[in-house]
Write a protein that binds this ligand. Structure first.
Ligand code: FM0
Length: 335
């Protein structure tokens, strides 16, 4: 029995992902079941590395984040998540969790996706759960929905499922990271604290926005279109639907009560520049998550010119170039 001794020390690296078809709204908040399926690209630049060991004799979980003991609220979140894993494994051991985050907050990427993907994979293996990546995606989902997709590399679909218990809600890889070399330019704007978290924003939208029902229908159509575009490696088709889908998601927030909007002046300036680039015949498309920052999709041959043009937009501080990245990997590197 595992509880008689401490577990192995397991370290996992997980990358963040950018949704091309957004997850926006839950049908079950405690199980993190989404209203709509979504599709993302895992990115190579930003990641979380997490080490987990379940230890005999430990009275509570210990969480060390970026080399410092984490605060009570953060540790509680980790404990709550580990409780699900302990329950699955039938263990009562507490854990020492160490995490290093290489996700610049200014880049506007949620670190929760890479964070919970790494934690799920490391904790499951450490506690001795023999689960495949499909099940891992279901475990990671229960820390943060988007983490479900970061279990896999490349293009990933997160299926919403229909069942109440979530057993048919999981992520799967559509195409690996080598399949198609497209680029995501992460445009860093002046950092403004966002007023509404994505968790709160999607909840308010589901509950109050008259546009929400249409969003769910549109997202399913957009997903099919995106999958066809990926299959064809048709960049313009993929860019068009990704951009349109992001705009539809943001449109739902305008109808919420009280209404809200994630955009800042810099957001619109970048959006305009992308549209202008397209008018000159350069294929570039934008997507925006629950925050003011913009990500721009482009092909390798246009990366430089687009980067230069965007750097000249007022408010743009820097641009980080991302490629398709891998799924969770186990490593012996210590942190
Ligand atoms: O990533 O409440 O996963 O599909 O980034 O933790 O389940 O942080 F643009 C918004 C991500 C939402 C779209 O939400 O929410 C996407 C978003 P949680 P997440």
């Amino acid at each position: 029995m595992l509880d008689q001794r401490s577990s192995n020390i397991i370290t996992v690296k997980a990358h963040t992902n950018i949704a091309l078809i957004k997850y926006w709204g839950k049908r079950n908040e405690s199980l993190f079941l989404p209203m709509n399926s979504s599709l993302s690209l895992t990115l190579d630049q930003f990641y979380t590395m997490t080490t987990v060991q379940f230890c005999k004799g430990l009275n509570e979980d210990v969480f060390i984040f970026n080399k410092a003991i984490a605060g009570e609220a953060e540790t509680k979140k980790v404990s709550k998540f580990l409780n699900r894993i302990r329950k699955m494994a039938g263990s009562e051991l507490h854990a020492i969790v160490k995490s290093i985050n290489k996700v610049p907050t200014a880049a506007g990427f949620a670190s929760s996706a890479s964070g919970y993907a790494a934690l799920a994979a490391a904790a499951a293996k450490a506690i001795g759960l023999d689960v495949n990546q499909t099940v891992l995606s279901q475990i990671a989902r229960q820390g943060s929905g988007s983490a479900s997709r970061s279990i896999f590399g490349g293009f990933v679909e997160w299926k919403k499922g229909l069942k109440d218990d979530g057993s048919d809600c999981y992520s799967l890889q559509i195409a690996g990271e080598q399949y198609w070399d497209i680029r995501i330019l992460s445009v860093l704007l002046t950092t403004e604290e966002k007023l509404v978290s994505s968790r709160e924003g999607m909840k308010r939208t589901v509950e109050t926005s008259p546009f929400y029902q249409e969003w769910v229908l549109e997202a399913e159509k957009d997903l099919q279109e995106a999958k066809t575009a990926i299959k064809e490696r048709n960049f313009e088709r993929l860019g068009r639907v990704a951009e349109a889908n992001a705009l539809k998601m943001h449109a739902t927030t305008l109808g919420a009560n009280p209404p809200f909007l994630y955009w800042q002046p810099g957001t619109l300036a970048v959006v305009n520049q992308v549209q202008r680039l397209r008018n000159t015949g350069i294929p570039a498309y934008f997507t925006i998550d629950a925050g003011p920052n913009v990500k721009v999709l482009c092909l390798p041959e246009n990366e430089q010119v687009i980067k230069e043009k965007l750097l000249s937009v007022p408010g743009v501080r820097d641009i980080l170039v991302c490629h398709p990245g891998p799924g969770v990997t186990y490593t012996s590197d210590s942190i």
